[in-house]
Design a protein around this ligand. Structure first.
Ligand code: SIN
Ligand code: MN
Length: 290
């Protein structure tokens, strides 16, 4: 899928692009059907909500689940990001966020690049998020909130919040968020939430400031997030386990357009379990003597 010059301009201005209903109901079903079995696994890669059994985030399913391994190579997601970053991409992070009915907790205001810089020593912001809705997203089930244009600020100072939710995050302080919202138009468009049917896709810049509220509705809000990084911009430290921040910097090769609906051979290196090496971490930058 190729972006038009107008879409590229809009992305540069707003920091995101929204494609409602880009994937068909049959494609979404192929993915959705695999989620309950993944969420049942008692593995470190399933992070549950604080004090609850509900899965907040499943990591790295593209390494052990056939449909998600195919999605991770889908040209509708990979090609536009390759176009915007002008380089081959590798998978830095792969998540299926639950935001389950009644139980899905908040994601505080943050920029993803803040975490990738502070934890993983990713050299620059040349990385991108792609979200696919596996459920309809409405005003009630904890939609993403964006501050349009906030990516142009670059990386902002952040604090490591390890207590608010079950997942540590580098978060922005409220005064900065308020200032950015005001600058983006205040009550007139300073915060936006892309809402749409299952199968919708969002591309968003790694410095775009975003958050989401809790899900008090009776509707799940399962979404997949690919974090794609330019190969030359690969992370320089393995401070986090490999299921969170990947260590295979090989360029992604796309499958055909119909890959979610037909058999296509994909590698599933963690199909029989995650290797022990994936849990080994280090504070030392890559290549430096310990
Ligand atoms: C994220 O920011 O990484 C996830 C936010 C969400 O799923 O609402
Ligand atoms: Mn994020």
């Amino acid at each position: 899928m190729k972006l038009t010059p107008q879409q590229v301009e809009q992305f540069d201005r707003d920091g995101y692009l929204f494609f409602p209903g880009l994937f068909t109901a049959a494609e979404v079903r192929a993915l959705n059907d695999a989620v309950p079995a993944l969420y049942r696994l008692r593995e470190a890669f399933n992070v549950r909500e604080k004090g609850s059994e509900a899965v907040r985030t499943n990591f790295a399913a593209h390494l052990y689940s056939e449909p998600f391994a195919r999605l991770a190579r889908h040209p509708r997601m990979i090609e536009p990001v390759q176009q915007l970053l002008g380089e081959a991409l590798y998978m830095h992070q792969f998540k299926i966020n639950g935001k389950m009915a009644f139980e899905g907790d908040v994601w505080q205001w943050h920029q993803d690049y803040g975490t990738w810089l502070n934890d993983d020593l990713m050299p620059t912001e040349r990385a991108m998020n792609v979200a696919i809705f596996l459920d309809d997203v409405n005003a009630f089930n904890g939609p993403l909130m964006f501050i349009p244009g906030s990516h142009r600020k670059g990386v902002a100072e952040a604090e490591h919040d390890v207590t608010t939710t079950s997942y540590p995050l580098w978060t922005l302080n409220p005064a900065l968020v308020a200032e950015l919202v005001e600058r983006a138009g205040g009550k007139q468009g300073g915060i936006v939430s892309p809402l749409g049917p299952a199968g919708s896709m969002i591309l968003f810049h790694s410095c775009l400031v975003h958050a989401s509220g809790s899900n008090l509705s009776p509707w799940n809000r399962v979404s997949v997030y690919l974090s794609l990084c330019a190969v030359s911009n690969h992370i320089r430290r393995h401070k986090r386990p490999e299921y969170i921040a990947h260590r295979d910097f090989a360029p992604i090769e796309c499958l055909p357009e119909d890959c979610l609906l037909r058999e296509h051979k994909v590698d599933l290196p963690w199909k029989n379990g995650m290797p022990a090496s994936a849990l080994v971490t280090s504070l030392q930058p890559l290549g430096e003597a310990t």
